[in-house]
Write a protein that binds this ligand. Structure first.
Ligand SMILES: NC(=O)c1ccc[n+]([C@@H]2O[C@H](COP(=O)([O-])OP(=O)(O)OC[C@H]3O[C@@H](n4cnc5c(N)ncnc54)[C@H](O)[C@@H]3O)[C@@H](O)[C@H]2O)c1
Length: 323
């Protein structure tokens, strides 16, 4: 299968590319290599993919609609995985426009690209647990109302789901949105707490603990996410119940306390964290907890990696990456 993968130099995109290549798919990876976090890390991920015969990388910005549509006009793809986006809740508070460019205009370009492909089997795209915003009912279910986002990032991800539904309805394009729940693991993201806490603890620097440590997150190990993405890709929705568009939570289904998460980092690094307690940050939510019964039922998804197993794997990788 010939797969167009956006965000191929990103954390989840890199791992997804590796898994697609390992099973014999051809991958055309695109990414704009923006400097939201160090480009060196994105280049290092690409350097591991580029020797693969079935992998090609092309630098593109999703917002370049003419360039992208032209590029695939005579060389259609069988499937699309759209992971490129401006990620992160907190950054969207002070930097709104990259979210509009990548997540709204860029996402619309991807829908148009999907529409232009003659025999597209499926487009899978990244949504986020942040669409649940201020919901207080746990676990979060796809049946819950999600019209109270508390960050612009969340609003753009919810907009993607609505735009996806429209394109699926109008043009019959099989589309699936995956609401990822805090993904972590080797080759991860420097802006996320598992990375910045590990980095600070290893250097003996203090960490800032928001909401005085009273938060819960459903942490999902990268290999489980990639398994889910590929399994879902292989099972496109049909139009039997209306538009061929589905949305699934994909998480570990096990919320962990922030203080326990810090304790696990202390265990894995062998160092004690100096904690500076801080109030809740704008745009943050108290807890995330995925109800995964829908993706279990439709795709047999089963997360396999506990935080106790996955976090030390991240810390080991982090140590070797940083010498
Ligand atoms: N990691 C998580 O915990 C998490 C949770 C929920 C949702 N998500 C979503 O999953 C997807 C992948 O996330 P990630 O953690 O791998 O993030 P990432 O930032 O590592 O990867 C995203 C990649 O997209 C690229 N990109 C951004 N804007 C682009 C544009 N306009 N054109 C081309 N490329 C562009 C970036 O350069 C980056 O390499 C994103 O859509 C993100 O919003 C991630």
């Amino acid at each position: 299968m010939r797969v167009l993968l956006t965000g191929a130099a990103g954390f989840i995109g890199f791992h997804t590319a590796k898994a697609l290549l390992a099973r014999g798919d051809e991958v055309i990876g695109i990414d704009n290599l923006n400097d939201y976090y160090p480009v060196r890390l994105k280049e290092a991920r690409l350097a591991m993919l580029e020797p693969e015969a079935n992998f090609t990388f092309e630098k593109f910005d999703l917002a370049d609609r003419e360039g992208l549509l032209r590029r695939f006009e005579n060389e259609p793809v069988d499937a699309i995985i759209n992971l490129a986006a401006q990620a992160a809740v907190r950054y969207s508070i002070d930097h709104p426009f990259p979210y509009a460019d990548s997540n709204l205009v860029g996402f619309l370009t991807m829908l148009e690209l999907a529409r232009a492909q003659k025999n597209l089997t499926h487009m899978v795209y990244a949504s986020s647990s942040s669409v649940y915003g201020g919901n207080e009912k746990l676990p979060y279910s796809e049946k819950d109302a999600v019209d109270h986002p508390v960050s612009l990032y969340a609003a753009t991800k919810r907009a993607n789901e609505l735009m996806g539904h429209t394109y699926s309805h109008l043009y019959g394009i099989p589309l699936t949105g995956l609401r990822f729940f805090t993904v972590y693991g080797p080759w991860g993201r420097p802006d996320m707490a598992y990375w910045s806490f590990t980095d600070a603890v290893l250097q003996g620097k203090p960490i800032r603990v928001f909401n005085n440590g009273d938060m819960k997150r459903d942490f999902t190990y990268i290999d489980d996410i990639v398994d889910g993405v590929l399994t879902v890709l292989d099972g496109p929705p049909n139009a039997a119940n209306g538009a061929p568009h589905r949305i699934y939570n994909i998480g570990n289904h096990k919320p962990e306390n922030l203080m326990y998460f810090i304790w696990l980092i202390e265990q894995a690094t062998g160092k004690t964290a100096e904690k500076i307690m801080k109030p809740m940050q704008p745009g943050d939510v108290y807890a995330t907890y995925a109800d995964i019964s829908a993706i279990q039922r439709d795709h047999g998804f089963e997360p396999k990696t506990s935080l106790e197993e996955g976090l030390p794997q991240f810390v080991d990788w982090f140590r070797s990456y940083n010498g």
